[in-house]
Design a protein around this ligand. Structure first.
Ligand code: ISL
Length: 572
């Protein structure tokens, strides 16, 4: 029985993620900004989302596009002013939406004053980062950065190594130092007092480093072996932070917790994190070697195949693996709560990856919406996914902006001795830049994103895929999202119901079905996740009229499902 005590606003919310740099540019410098977001608040309201999470807009040299923060309390000029941020906060609050930002505290920029002071052993901050003395030719251990290359850089000024799990311009803070923690808590309170409604805690599972910084086991998958993640003091530090900061507020805390499984997540929930973000369902399209390994497709194939075949091969997915990942977290979440996303600023475009962005663009994008919005997890919609934005072409390495893609492309070219054109299809299906092309507002120049030169290329398909066209078309992906968001808001079964996983099975490897049940009421969700029609027999409840359907005609009943057909039924 669902009681008021079970309810939480952040469980019932739909989150919309904004990458400010690429959302809307109000001043013509080619870079999206806070005023641009303010101008689009009505759009967000029309879509019906409850929480807006913006990626970093703090002062930053942008080595990792704002995830390298030089001043936590200042808005970067290119994004506007603190007054603009306050206006955005007020505009959202006036429409009952909340505002969350990234909290990036595993590392700062190397241009942050703290790091600059830390380079000088006499400036009183020598222990604020993870430094090691030693031989300038030999890093202190074998760790490699999540962006490729060693996780250590030698600093000539201090004559010591510093650790960076990400880019060399993102030195890791030393959380074992109480002064560091204190400074972070003060900064968090600064934002809470300003009226922020919560945080998405970036790479939060990385903040506590293992005692003695031992070498990593360099076997297969050593990234996952725990050396970087869930360190010995992590829960002590997070509960201390909760106690000193957000425990006094009704804030939503989203933990990005790479390297944590559902069991580990229980401890994060106890620390006061409301929802966790995991990656298991993202791994299903990568193949055995991981995101940046072309091995399972083969470098020769990359050079030889046509683009459409390659796009398909690089996004091959076994639906039962996807279900296993979702199910593992749904069943393992215990008293905690999951989030669910299909796209983010770190991923390729959902419809290109999990659907068919060509022949069945609308059908597969709306199928993905149905998947996203009918699970027991707070759904995150990434900007542009509600329009069905697609992966872009990256014909020249000069078009690439992302530090990860640059690093990995360099590595691939080095290791394989091939021209850039050979790896370009791989970039199209892996690079984070795909999610970062400008939001497509209309069919005018630069998709209505800017009057200037966009900082990153606009996707070629903007004349067809854009918000203005989508708002005018009642059958659009946008309106499908909008009405499904409304439905989720009105239906406790879709938010709180338990899930039974029905399909895929051996007979229907490409059909997804699940049933949500709450207090005797249930909803059946059936998704024909393929470009072929299929007759699905043996599922109870397909005879009535669906309450959600992505094909608008009378044929949307019974056992026959057309390509990427998605339906939801109210069942007993
Ligand atoms: O995006 C990834 C690989 O493609 C992940 O490994 C990602 O780096 C990891 O999930 C942490 O991500 C977060 O912190 C990074 C930043 O680059 C990402 O944009 C952010 O989401 C470093 O701050």
């Amino acid at each position: 029985m669902l009681t008021d005590a079970d309810r939480e606003w952040w469980k019932e919310a739909v989150v919309y993620q904004i990458y400010p740099r690429s959302f809307d540019d109000s001043d013509g410098d080619g870079i999206g900004d806070l005023r641009g977001i303010v101008d689009r608040v009505d759009y967000l309201d029309e879509l019906g989302v409850d929480v807006v999470w913006t990626c970093p807009v703090y002062e930053s040299p942008n080595a990792d596009m704002g995830y390298d923060i030089a001043d936590y309390r200042a808005i970067a000029d290119e994004y506007g002013t603190m007054a603009d941020w306050e206006e955005l906060r007020d505009a959202l609050h006036a429409r009952d939406m909340r505002l969350l930002m990234d909290l990036v505290v595993n590392h700062t920029s190397d241009e942050h004053d703290w790091f600059q002071a830390s380079r000088d052993p006499d400036a009183g901050k020598d222990d604020w980062y993870v430094w090691r003395e030693g031989d300038p030719e030999e890093p202190p251990n074998n760790w490699i950065s999540l962006f490729g290359g060693p996780a250590w850089t030698w600093d000539d000024e201090r004559e010591a190594w510093y650790l960076h799990l990400f880019d060399e311009k993102q030195p890791d803070l030393n959380w074992d130092n109480p002064e560091v923690r204190e400074a972070i808590y003060e900064m968090v309170n600064f934002w809470l007092e300003k009226g922020i409604d919560g945080f998405r805690m970036d790479a939060i599972s990385c903040i506590s480093k293992p005692e003695g910084l031992p070498d990593a086991d360099t076997g297969e998958d050593w990234f996952d072996m725990g050396i970087y993640f869930n360190g010995p003091h992590i829960h002590e530090y997070l509960s201390e932070m909760a106690d000193r900061t957000w425990d006094d507020y009704d804030a939503m805390l989203i933990g990005e917790t790479p390297g944590a499984g559902p069991e580990e997540a229980q401890a994060y929930f106890e620390d006061g994190i409301d929802v966790v973000v995991h990656f298991d369902h993202m791994d299903v399209t990568y193949g055995p070697g991981g995101k940046w390994s072309p091995d399972y497709v083969g470098m020769d194939a990359l050079a030889g195949e046509d683009d459409t075949t390659l796009d398909e091969r690089l996004n091959t997915m076994d639906l039962s693996e996807l279900q296993a990942a979702i199910r593992k977290w749904d069943e393992g979440v215990g008293d905690g709560w999951n989030s669910l996303y299909l796209g983010s600023h770190d991923q390729t475009r959902a419809v290109s990856r999990f659907g068919d962005d060509d022949e069945y663009h609308r059908e597969s994008a709306t199928l993905l919406a149905t998947f996203l919005l009918t699970q027991r997890a707070t759904p995150f919609c990434y900007q542009g996914d509600e329009l069905g934005m697609t992966n872009a072409d990256w014909d020249s390495p000069d078009a690439i902006r992302d530090v990860e893609a640059h690093g990995q492309v360099e590595r691939l070219l080095d290791e394989h001795d091939v021209p850039y054109e050979t790896v370009a299809p791989f970039v199209r299906n892996r690079s984070r830049d795909n999610a970062r092309t400008p939001m497509q507002w209309d069919d005018s120049e630069h998709a209505g994103f800017t009057d200037g030169d966009p900082w990153i290329q606009v996707n070629d398909d903007f004349e067809r895929v854009n918000a203005a066209a989508a708002r005018d078309d009642p059958e659009s992906i946008f309106h499908f999202y909008r009405s499904l968001i409304d439905r989720r808001h009105a239906d406790d079964v879709l938010v709180y119901g338990e899930t039974d996983y029905l399909l895929p099975n051996d007979d229907y490897p490409d059909v997804w079905a699940h049933r949500r049940t709450l207090d005797g009421d249930s909803r059946l969700v059936v998704l024909n996740w393929q470009g072929e029609a299929v007759a699905v027999t043996g599922l109870d409840g397909l005879d009535g009229e669906p309450v959600v359907a992505n094909y608008g005609d009378a044929g949307r009943a019974g056992e026959r499902f057309r390509p990427y057909e998605a339906r939801v039924y109210e069942t007993e």
